[in-house]
Design a binder for this molecule. Structure first.
Ligand SMILES: Nc1ncnc2c1ncn2[C@@H]1O[C@H](COP(=O)(O)OP(=O)(O)OP(=O)(O)O)[C@@H](O)[C@H]1O
Ligand SMILES: [Mg+2]
Length: 485
């Protein structure tokens, strides 16, 4: 097939040369003869050269903006170029890992296959003298990729194949891009490079739970067709809850890293009203995680229930002065301009118009404070509890911080962790090596001591609470006996 293509290509160039000669000297022939020759020479070319060529130029229209199709093809061909081309160009892409991207040099060719059909991509460039007046000689180089395939496969290649090339190429481009962390201030998103090292591998949590969350995320990221078919916006809501220091923010960074998404950290307290909230959310790009941290503290997001309760209290209010009342009302309208319903409208699919996938993640330390309307299933697709450090989670931290899988002191740690509540953040702090290489035993003994102190404190707290309860019941100071094990 390669040989046949070469032969056809050769014939094509012979014919092209004939056409060139004809273009140069054709004018000296009589008009009738010229028309006849032109008509039949095209047929001859088609007969001898049954291949179709499609050219994708680097610049189309705007000479400062590289064409999206060209960039997608460059990315699509990068893996094929690195295995097939003899001359390659290398460039460092400033993504989160500064990876090296290879592409074929000019006038190279690589082949590809699609549904059993072979086709070829070649690269080239048009060099023109620049119109710009300059001391140095300036030339304009416009590169292009040329796709060659047999005319028999016109529909397959111009349809599904090219769609696939552009889709895959764009996905590689997105994967290789520099990711961003956006924050909202003064009604606008501003961004910095997102470079957080957290991964699910280093996240301390039970392996099974971790696996389930990762699978859920990956399934979501690949479910474009599914969401389109069922007519739902391609988005998924997560609610992460648990005490401070249990890894909620760390997990969000790990989620963004796993999927290669950008991160939008939405600070609700600096959003003026629902209109601004709508605009900020619409401005988010696809392949992003939108995070609203500590929703219980952000605003009056607990909805109607709390408002109703406040109204009831207001009935018994002592503010008789109308001016004071007015001020209070003004204060309330100002603070409640971003409402629960405003937020839920977006979550319920208003932004389906935006297209592209988005994850929305809420975090809270107090799930019990949230209105059930906000957290019912369907609105938040997945509720994830991050809790105190279990032995399994400890083992992940021990591996991360001390590079150990087991130790004689693990049994003591395991027993103490079962009786005590220490957050992964606290455990991590004790495992953090004070020198390198780390003194494993010293770190583990430090952790054991902290666990014992926490255990004692918890016992004393329980005694105090019991005494207060007894005092409440009897009106007498209570004494509870501490059972020592
Ligand atoms: N599950 C965990 N796995 C690995 N590291 C953790 C975990 N939980 C906490 N840490 C460590 O503790 C630090 C604090 O954790 P993080 O900020 O994720 O907690 P949080 O749950 O978001 O707390 P808050 O509710 O206060 O926002 C992190 O920098 C991380 O190093
Ligand atoms: Mg946090």
């Amino acid at each position: 097939m390669e040989a046949a293509k070469d032969w056809f290509a050769h014939m094509g160039s012979v014919l092209a040369s004939m056409m060139f000669v004809w273009a140069m000297f054709g004018q000296y022939f009589p008009c009738e003869l010229r028309k006849y020759f032109e008509k039949h020479s095209k047929r001859l070319v088609v007969f001898f050269y049954p291949y179709i060529q499609v050219t994708f130029h680097e610049f189309t229209g705007d000479r400062f903006m590289r064409s999206d199709a060209f960039l997608a093809i460059e990315n699509y061909l990068s893996s094929k170029s690195s295995t097939q081309a003899k001359r390659l160009k290398a460039d460092i892409v400033k993504n989160n890992n500064q990876s090296l991207v290879l592409s074929m040099d000019d006038y190279e060719e690589v082949s590809d296959e699609f549904q059993g059909v072979r086709l070829w991509w070649s690269s080239g460039k048009n060099v023109t003298k620049s119109q710009v007046v300059s001391f140095y000689s300036v030339t304009d180089e416009k590169r292009y990729y040329k796709l060659t395939f047999h005319k028999r496969y016109r529909e397959l290649i111009l349809g599904p194949y090219l769609v696939n090339v552009l889709k895959e190429g764009t996905a590689i481009k997105v994967r290789n891009r520099m990711r961003k962390l956006y924050t909202n201030n003064c009604s606008r998103w501003s961004h910095v490079t997102f470079q957080h090292p957290a991964t699910f591998q280093t996240l301390a949590m039970e392996a099974e739970k971790k696996q389930e969350i990762m699978e859920d995320l990956i399934t979501f990221s690949k479910a474009e067709d599914f969401y389109a078919r069922i007519g739902r916006a391609w988005k998924r809501g997560y609610l992460l809850y648990g005490p401070p220091g249990t890894g909620k923010s760390t997990m969000i960074a790990a989620m963004a890293n796993l999927l290669g998404y950008d991160l939008y950290d939405l600070e609700l307290t600096s959003v003026k009203d629902n209109t601004e909230l709508r605009r900020l959310l619409i401005e988010t790009t696809s392949k992003s995680v939108i995070v609203i941290e500590d929703i219980d503290c952000s605003l009056d997001l607990t909805g109607q229930r709390r408002k109703k309760k406040e109204k009831e209290e207001e009935g018994n209010s002592t503010e008789k002065d109308p001016r004071q009342k007015l001020e209070k009302e003004e204060r309330e309208t100002r603070s409640s301009q971003v409402t629960l319903s405003g937020l839920l409208n977006f979550i319920d699919g208003i932004w389906s118009a935006c297209g592209g996938e988005r994850l929305i993640v809420f975090t809270t330390n107090h799930i019990e404070k949230l209105d059930p309307a906000l957290i019912r299933k369907g609105r938040m697709d997945k509720h994830i509890e991050l809790s105190y450090c279990s032995f399994e989670a400890f083992k992940v931290l021990a591996k991360n911080y001390l590079s150990i899988d087991s130790h004689d002191l693990f049994a003591t740690v395991s027993e103490l962790l079962r009786e005590t509540k220490l957050t992964p953040a606290d455990v991590a702090e004790h495992l953090m090596p004070k020198k390198f290489p780390p003194d494993v035993e010293f770190s583990l003994r430090g952790l054991i001591q902290a666990l014992e102190v926490a255990k004692e404190e918890a016992k004393l707290k329980a005694v105090k609470e019991a005494e207060e309860k007894e005092e409440e019941l009897t009106g007498e100071p209570g004494f509870v006996t501490l059972e020592v094990k």
